[in-house]
Write a protein that binds this ligand. Structure first.
Ligand code: SF4
Length: 397
């Protein structure tokens, strides 16, 4: 393969991170009533065959010139893997790529499958970051979502993770849950702060059209809070995290200072590159993008038969790259570096979009430091999608 067109060799002054590696684990112990991720019910035999296929897939892509510095096990529920399976997958990555010794290796974990044996094993296998899908610290809300854990299990999982030596721990919460009001949401935020994680993600629950949760809401008469309450939930939740010493670095993400931001996820927001392995995984690498077949069985069968699992491989167009760089960069609290963007893409953002953007600056939704930065204010983050419509369909010269 040719030398990567990444980061290391990019336009002077626009140095970007090394590629990351995403590994998809599509198994869950039960299916939550709101979930539309690529996942299915856990079956030990299927999982073992899947891991074997994953390893063949990773090794088939081997290229020691690829200098990766993150691995992210996402799902599904990666904590259902046996530690020996995690170790084999990490080893396959080490053997196949030039994996930096200080790589960030994250496992998404559900509290109920985070036993002492599992977490000790993941740590020994080389994982150094855990991301727990806690979603709420209120048992009533967890039950409504069909989650298998309780708030007690979540607190226990944090203790177990710390005892296992994980010093980089992230907790996810979801807001705007059915029947949840601002005070209840803030109870969960306070409980999260009490757990002293290194990182936290706050997501808005989106209930897709055919989600079983919709029917349950109708039956039980649960509704979501009005829009203005959702805004208050977001702003007050972040204000509490500010006061507790977290720094917001992206619309939905906060971290303790001192390098606890998700290095892997930053690649998505900073025009980075990543390889994706496993069913449904996407990749953006060396100017190309592709996806992997989404059905677990199809993935295993194709790998066993020596057939390609990558679909829709294409070169990213200039317009697409620029539009994505604008959308993703503006999600960051520090926003877009106007000079770096100009050097990398040859585009003066303010000259091109300024007339449309200035309305949002006047409204206090955007901060413009001429020649330096363009960033959403916190109020602007609530209306990020509206602001970003300015960038849609901009023609690149
Ligand atoms: S645990 Fe996560 S991936 Fe699995 S069903 Fe629930 S929400 Fe979906």
């Amino acid at each position: 393969m040719e030398k990567p067109e990444t980061s290391n060799t990019a336009v002077p002054g626009s140095r970007l991170p090394a590629p990351g590696i995403y590994i998809h684990i599509p198994f869950c112990a039960a299916i939550c009533n709101y979930c539309n991720f690529n996942r299915g019910l856990h079956d030990v035999g299927l999982r073992q065959r899947y891991v074997d296929a994953l390893i063949v897939d990773i090794r088939s892509f081997a290229d020691p010139s690829i200098q990766a510095d993150t691995i992210f096990f996402g799902g599904g529920t990666p904590s259902l893997l046996a530690p020996s399976e995690v170790a084999r997958i990490i080893q396959a990555c080490r053997d196949s790529f030039d994996l930096s010794p200080d790589s960030e290796i994250t496992i998404e974990a559900n509290p109920e499958s985070s036993t002492e044996e599992a977490l000790n094993g993941f740590r020994a296998a080389g994982a150094n970051r855990l991301s727990f899908g806690v979603q709420s610290f209120r048992d009533e809300e967890l039950a409504r979502l069909g989650r298998l854990h309780s708030s007690h299990t979540a607190r226990q999982a944090v203790k177990t993770a710390r005892a296992a030596g994980f010093d980089n721990l992230s907790l996810d919460l979801m807001m705007w849950l059915p029947g949840q009001r601002t005070a209840e949401w803030l109870t969960s935020v306070d409980a999260l702060i009490d757990q002293q994680p290194d990182h936290a993600s706050l997501y808005l629950l989106e209930i897709y059209p055919n989600a079983p949760l919709r029917d349950e809401m109708a039956r039980a008469g649960w509704s979501v809070a009005p829009d203005e309450d959702a805004a208050e939930m977001y702003l007050e939740g972040l204000a509490r995290l500010d006061r507790a010493g977290f720094e917001q670095y992206e619309i939905s993400n906060v971290a303790r200072p001192a390098a606890r931001r998700s290095r892997h996820n930053l690649k998505y927001w900073q025009e980075g590159e990543w390889l994706g392995f496993g069913c449904g995984a996407h990749a953006t690498f060396r100017g190309e993008r592709w996806r992997t077949v989404s059905a677990t069985g199809d993935y295993i069968d194709r790998i066993s038969a020596g057939r390609d699992v990558r679909l829709d491989r294409r070169t990213l167009g200039t317009d697409e790259r620029v539009e994505e760089a604008l959308f993703m960069g503006l999600r960051l609290a520090e926003g877009l570096d106007l000079a770096a963007f100009h050097r990398r893409h040859g585009i003066d953002i303010w000259a091109r979009y300024g007339p449309d953007l200035s309305t949002y600056v006047t409204a206090g939704l955007l901060r413009h430091e001429p020649g330096r930065r363009l960033a959403l204010t916190r109020d602007g983050m609530l209306l990020a999608n509206d602001v970003m419509t300015v960038f849609i369909g901009g023609t690149v010269r």
